[in-house]
Each structure stands twice: as C-alpha cells, then as structure tokens.
Design a protein around this ligand. Structure first.
Ligand SMILES: [Zn+2]
Length: 249
C-alpha cells in the first residue's frame, strides 16, 4: 500500500501521566516492518546502528574486520560480505524504512546471475562451477539448469506493490496489537480491554490516543530499542523530554 517514501502510521494508547505506551495498534505494513527485523544479518544490524553504539562486544568484533588489512583475508572473501552482508531481498519495501536500499537493491539472484550445473548422471547434485566433479558419481557436472525464483520473492514482487498479501509476512485484513515490549498478536477486543484494566488498576492514569508516523528515523530507533530495551514503543514514541513524534502528514 505505502509508497516507498511514505511513512507508516501506528496508533498508540498511552498514559499521558507516566508517559508510557499501553499498547499499539497497527496494520500489515508496520508488523511486516517489525518482523523483517528478524531477517537482518547481524553485520547489517551493527552497520545500521553504528558499531560504536552497540551493547556488548559485537561492535568491536565488527570494527576488527573493518580495520583488518585485506592481505589477511582469503582472496575470494570480500570484507563486504562481513561488514555489509546481503540483506534478503524478499522484503524490500520494509527494509527501505531502515535506509538499507543500497544493499537491498543488489538482488543476489538476478544481478549476479549465477549459473547452475546439474549432474546429468544422478540428477541429485547441482553446482555453480561447470565441470565440478559430482561427489556421488564422480562425473563432471555440465548440464545447465535455470534457477526459478519462487513466487513472493523479490524477483516476482518487483518494484511495484505486487498483489495484496504477496509481499511481507502477515495478512492485510487483520489489525495487530503490539505491546511495549514488542509482543505482536492479532487485535482482539478482549485482550485490549484486559490490558487496559490491568493498567487502570495500578494507579491514576490518563489514557490518550496518539497516532505516530514511522519513518526511517523511527525505524532505526525501533531496531535499536528492540535489542536493548523492554519498553521499545515507549522509548521511541513516548519520551517526555524529547520532542513529540510528528503526526502523519
Ligand atoms: Zn551425480
């Protein structure tokens, strides 16, 4: 639905007194984005968040590779494969939110155009280098075979929106509920009332609805918060001291 640069919106129920998010309500586009975070290679995550801000030691590990002279690397393994690993191309629209399009737009299948060679003796082994010996029958593998991208992958989704329900992960028809610690479930009246009640019982609350826009800045902040905070939505959208997230235009 959303054009490449348009922002995704997310509806939040917040407590204006404590500046906490009770839960959020969102459609397919936001949930697809959240789920797509799980498809990111660790190297990409560190690059996106900048190695220096990483909790733990993984940032140093990343920087070591960055600083290591190429002469120590096996020739066919470029640094780039560690520092900017290829992001799966199946979910292109979501990852645009993280500004990873530069790497995303290099589809592994179509641009590299790997050729595949089948063993035409056993028909069970395939390789990318012609004349490689089949490990089972010891014949040279020479039969050209073509790779067919499955439907729903990047090559078939193409640049446009593709059919509804083809791209991404979740179905369009359902509204989803997201808790502050990013538990995602299909929205149901009962579960949201239960959550609200639990919250109201605790203390005085001042419930407020707030619609926020999720763009690249918020996308990156969510990625970071998802890794180091149990209150990701509050951290990103409800910081009392920071300026408020702008409503969608
Ligand atoms: Zn064979």
């Amino acid at each position: 639905m959303a054009a490449v640069n348009s922002k995704i919106t997310l509806k939040l129920l917040i407590d204006a007194r404590s500046h906490k998010v009770l839960f959020g309500e969102a459609g397919k586009d936001f949930i697809d984005f959240l789920f797509s975070l799980l498809t990111l290679p660790l190297g990409s995550v560190i690059k996106l968040l900048s190695p220096r801000t990483m909790i733990g030691s993984i940032g140093k590990l990343y920087q070591s590779v960055e600083n290591l002279n190429e002469i120590y690397l096996v020739a066919n393994r470029a640094k780039a494969s560690l520092l900017q690993p290829e992001v799966s191309t199946s979910y292109v629209t979501n990852q645009l939110l993280l500004g990873t399009e530069a790497t995303v737009m290099v589809p592994s299948v179509s641009s590299v155009e790997l050729k595949y060679y089948l063993c035409n003796y056993c028909y069970k082994k395939v390789t990318t280098v012609r004349n490689t010996m089949c490990p089972s029958c010891k014949y040279a593998m020479v039969s050209d075979v073509a790779f067919v991208a499955p439907s729903g992958s990047a090559s078939s989704v193409g640049a446009g929106n593709a059919g509804e329900g083809v791209g991404g992960f979740v179905k369009e028809v359902v509204t989803y509920m997201i808790t502050d610690d990013l538990e995602v479930t299909p929205m149901s009246a009962i579960s949201s009332i239960t959550l609200v009640n639990r919250f109201i019982m605790k203390k005085d609350v001042q419930l407020e609805e707030k619609v926020v826009a999720v763009g690249m800045k918020e996308g990156l902040a969510l990625l970071k918060a998802s890794l180091d905070s149990p209150t990701a939505l509050t951290d990103v959208f409800c910081q009392p001291n920071k300026k408020k997230a702008k409503p969608p235009s």
